[in-house]
Ligand binder design. Structure first.
Ligand code: DC
Length: 218
């Protein structure tokens, strides 16, 4: 079973997807963390993230892996550092690079091959798994999204800075040529602006019929 959860940053995707995976006892995969890890790898090699050719040359030598929810780049736990502002900026051009997308999409399909999975990202329901069993597209008001990010960040950033970054990424993610952020035609759209966390999770779980329903674990 494949459950695709897409949407922009701060829409509640990650926390919701994690809780849905836990409630169903499915594997959880944060594909944004994979793009972030590659972007960090590019920065560590002191390569300009906008230099598509150079990025394409090095991406095949980067090993991105997971242990639970922790993400590793070439064996190094990068779970925290990939969330910092510097990587957040670099991930936009890196994730628009077709060579990066090709490699990571292949890896995402491999990971899902033998698992029931909840996979979250931008293009899971449109490109990675157009035939996913369930597709959800989460949206929320930009002010709400920025406030959520502010609560999460350990960096000294203002609400305005965070909101500007979100809107900048939305624009780039939605207008890029390859796999832009967009709702799959048959995805269920959920506006999380006024929903509590439990309500978001329950809304999704109520749509899903598993072969053997599992309960609890939220
Ligand atoms: O979900 P996130 O904000 O951690 O994602 C980081 C970046 O990666 C985001 O700017 C868009 C990109 N991304 C993508 O292009 N495709 C995905 N499936 C997941 C994330």
């Amino acid at each position: 079973m494949i459950i695709a959860i897409d949407g922009p940053s701060g829409s509640g995707k990650s926390t919701t997807a994690k809780a849905v995976a836990k409630a169903l006892a499915y594997t959880y995969l944060d594909t944004g963390a994979m793009y972030r890890a590659v972007a960090l790898g590019v920065l560590r090699l002191e390569i300009d993230p906008f230099n598509d050719e150079r990025v394409a040359k090095v991406v095949n030598n980067m090993a991105v892996s997971f242990r639970g929810e922790d993400v590793f780049l070439n064996g190094d736990d990068v779970s925290k550092i990939i969330r910092y502002e510097e990587t957040s900026k670099a991930v936009t051009p890196v994730s628009a690079n077709p060579a990066v997308r090709e490699l990571l999409v292949e890896k995402q399909r491999e990971i899902a091959a033998d698992h029931d999975i909840v996979m979250e990202g931008r293009d899971i329901g449109t490109v990675v798994f157009p035939n996913a069993d369930y597709k959800f597209f989460l949206v929320a008001d930009p002010d709400v999204r920025a406030m959520r990010r502010l609560k999460e960040t350990e960096e000294d950033l203002s609400l305005e800075q965070i909101k500007a970054d979100l809107l900048r990424r939305d624009k780039r993610d939605s207008s890029r040529e390859y796999s832009p952020l967009k709702k799959a035609e048959n995805a269920i759209e959920i506006d999380t602006s006024d929903l509590t966390f439990d309500e978001q999770v329950d809304k999704i779980l109520s749509c899903i019929q598993t072969k053997e329903p599992k309960h609890g674990g939220k």
